[in-house]
Design a protein around this ligand. Structure first.
Ligand code: BGP
Length: 490
């Protein structure tokens, strides 16, 4: 056979899952409609880049929280999914609001209106040949589970979560195949994880700061709650497989792509320590089924008692995930020098990298870091990988011609997709990519609308006013072409 008869394969596999990602609490709105209960996320105030969001025990109904209405996917899902279909999406990452299904978390019967809403969403996806990818819990849980049980510090939440899983796995069987147990599970390790990820809230009344100091007591609570979530996740994996062997269920971590600040061995050790803790502590349990070797020293030095029960080890060993997924926005550096550390950096790492530029929110842009991180993760775990969040938060403006010319976003995404292609050539088994906030939505960190990621602009602002009209940005047409050509034409 002559060489010319061999059809040239592209770099991305034929079944590569191109798409976009959202989260119910930042996207849906309808926060108290259709029998939905109050979620932890509904108790977050608005914020801004300089004044962080807070947590309030009482929702002040007269105050305005734009995330309550978000961008109203709840009533506009048909129009939105049609737009995703037009871009040629193969996969759409979304999450289910736990409180639409179990308003207080501990009921014995699910809320039929909630189930009905998501069925309609999945049927709409099917019309366009879009595979849903469902995050079971994305930075939310029923507020009542926090108030009455203490959130993830209480092992009873494992049972409530599994009941929720059983309901959705059964009700949506045949409609949903791809699942993620928890969004950015490793964020429970960070100071802002206690309310959003853990749902455990202090006695005093709010508004409460999200950033809770890393005292030994705080660390101990966070790691205990995280252990309970890891057990819940492993049980959910087993349940998903037993209810439908077609189910593919993955974990999701916030990537920590950390470099040493210099080649000083002290910096290298600090960076290694951070990577171990932020990536591999959770990753090893979720993929390999056991805590990594370095965990014991960490627990001892920080007086952490996980309150493990004997059967947990077997649960973790058997409930390992089918694929590894992560969010990737930036990288960071670690230094052993306290003065350099004080100079500050982004939310995940401590020191800025002098070789990189940053977004308007200081998130350092590093496409090569994505290739590096993919190689690191695949090298350790050797299971399929999906990038389920990536993108550029930017202030978009509607131009005089009524359009949004977001070339900066195209440049960012193009550079990252190029590095994904390199990683695939390196041998990484990358199966999908869902760009974050494919339709503009509320920012998780600022609670505002200003920080936009979408291919589709939504006409609303930080006050939640506006027509909510959807407008295609330049990046919409660009991404459509990327999908059409399976990543060949960037
Ligand atoms: C991730 C979260 C998302 C999302 C994204 C962007 O950490 O999983 O929910 O919001 O970050 O962050 P932000 O909205 O703060 O720009």
């Amino acid at each position: 056979m002559s060489v010319s008869n061999i059809k040239k394969e592209g770099i991305f596999p034929n079944k590569f899952l191109w798409g976009g990602a959202t989260a119910a609490n930042q996207f849906e709105g309808g926060w108290n409609e259709g029998g939905k209960g109050e979620s932890i996320a509904d108790h977050m105030t608005g914020g801004s880049a300089i004044s962080p969001r807070k947590f309030t025990k009482q929702i002040a109904h007269d105050e305005h929280y734009p995330s309550h209405e978000a961008v109203d996917f709840y009533s506009r899902y048909k129009e939105d999914i049609q737009l995703l279909g037009e871009m040629g999406f193969k996969i759409f990452r979304m999450s289910i609001n736990w409180t639409r299904i179990y308003p207080n978390g501990d009921e014995s019967v699910p809320n039929a209106q909630g189930l009905d809403f998501y069925k309609k969403v999945f049927l709409e996806c099917k019309k366009y040949g879009i595979e849903p990818l469902v995050t079971i819990s994305h930075y939310e849980m029923p507020f009542a589970l926090s108030a009455n049980y203490g959130g993830w510090l209480n092992r009873k939440c494992i049972e409530f979560y599994l009941k929720f899983c059983e309901t959705i796995f059964t009700e949506f069987k045949g409609m949903v195949k791809y699942w993620i147990t928890f969004n950015e599970m490793n964020c429970m390790q960070y100071s802002f994880g206690e309310y959003l990820s853990g749902g455990f809230i202090p006695e005093e009344d709010g508004p409460l700061d999200l950033f809770i100091p890393d005292t030994k007591e705080a660390l101990s609570k966070r790691y205990r709650a995280l252990h309970n979530q890891l057990v819940a996740s492993a049980k959910a994996v087993n349940l998903a497989h037993s209810l439908d062997p077609e189910n593919k269920i993955g974990c999701m971590l916030a990537s920590s792509c950390i470099y040493p600040m210099t080649c000083n061995p002290k910096d290298i050790l600090e960076a290694q320590k951070m990577v171990q803790l932020r990536n591999y502590y959770c990753g090893d349990v979720l993929v390999r089924g056991e805590y990594p070797f370095f965990a014991e020293r960490f627990w001892e030095e920080n007086d952490i008692n996980l309150s493990v029960e004997d059967e947990d080890f077997e649960t973790l060993r058997t409930g390992t995930v089918d694929y590894f997924s992560f969010s990737y926005y930036m990288s960071g550096c670690m230094s052993a020098d306290p003065d350099i550390l004080k100079s500050g950096g982004n939310v995940f790492a401590s020191v800025n990298n002098p070789y990189l530029s940053a977004s308007d929110w200081g998130w350092q842009i590093d496409p090569e870091g994505l290739r590096y991180y993919l190689n690191e993760i695949y090298g350790r775990y050797r299971i399929p990988i999906m990038i389920v969040e990536n993108g550029l938060g930017a202030y978009d403006k509607v131009d005089d011609d009524g359009e949004i010319h977001d070339q900066y976003r195209i440049d960012y995404l193009k550079a990252h997709i190029e590095q994904m292609a390199e990683a695939i050539k390196d041998g990484v088994d990358l199966i999908g990519y869902t760009a974050w906030g494919c339709i503009d939505l509320i920012s998780a960190s600022t609670g505002e609308m200003d920080k936009r990621y979408g291919f589709v602009y939504v006409d609303t602002d930080n006050d939640g006013s506006g027509s909510f009209t959807r407008i295609k940005k330049d990046s919409f047409h660009w991404y459509k072409k990327v999908i059409e050509t399976n990543g060949e034409d960037l």
